[in-house]
Design a protein. Structure first.
Length: 102
């Protein structure tokens, strides 16, 4: 009868650290033509903000040239940008929405 010997190796658990996905800021840019009320509607509709918070952000866009709508993973941010710009075009407003890595 043949006997088999096995190497006795000790396997150690190796912990890998995954980096969280990069996050992106979604920003609205000011223009001289889009009505303030329309910007508030956009913020409420696409970013689920209260009327008060949407008005605060709209005023920041108006006074400072841009305002932060939210911070999202890349695919969500890109989708929000497309939804906002498409909605603005449908209503014939030049409102711009952009994303940048945070």
């Amino acid at each position: 009868m043949a006997t088999r010997q096995r190497d006795s190796a000790v396997l150690e658990e190796q912990k890998s650290r995954l980096k969280p996905p990069p996050m992106f800021k979604v920003l609205l840019l000011n223009d001289d033509y889009t009505p303030m009320d329309f910007v508030v509607v956009v913020l409420q509709r696409f970013f689920a903000l209260s009327r008060e918070r949407a008005t605060q952000i709209m005023l920041k866009v108006h006074r400072e040239g841009m305002g932060l709508c939210g911070v999202y993973p890349k695919d969500v941010a890109a989708s929000k940008v497309e939804q906002v710009e498409s909605f603005a075009r449908q209503h014939q407003h030049p409102l711009r929405c952009v994303m940048e890595e945070s």
